[in-house]
Design a protein around this ligand. Sequence first.
Ligand code: FES
Length: 116
Amino acid sequence: MATSWHQLIAEDQFRDVAKIATCVGGWFVLVTGNGDALCAVNDRCPHQAAKLSPGRIRRGTIMCPIHGARFEAATGKSIGGAYPDLRTFEVRITDGMIEVAVPNEPPGTAERPIDD
Ligand code: FES
């Protein structure tokens, strides 16, 4: 699936906010920091499609704010395997700007959060 890169925020600004929840190309993207690495996942819980971004993010783990499902931020992997893994997106820093690559095709209803 072809993807395109989108600029999100300056790297300097990200250090203050620690996470970004945004919509690019129709995709809802949650970017978090994990040590020196950046991670980007689809901002949608595979259980009941809630946005994950209001949830707690700690030690590289994203916790769904609704029922507590947990996912590895770096890989999108479901911890405990109770739910499908999250879609992940490539993320990079170019000339001080954080960029994310999302598919050129917008997501279908199965990949959009319910409260978009
Ligand atoms: S909606 Fe995320 S765990 Fe239920």
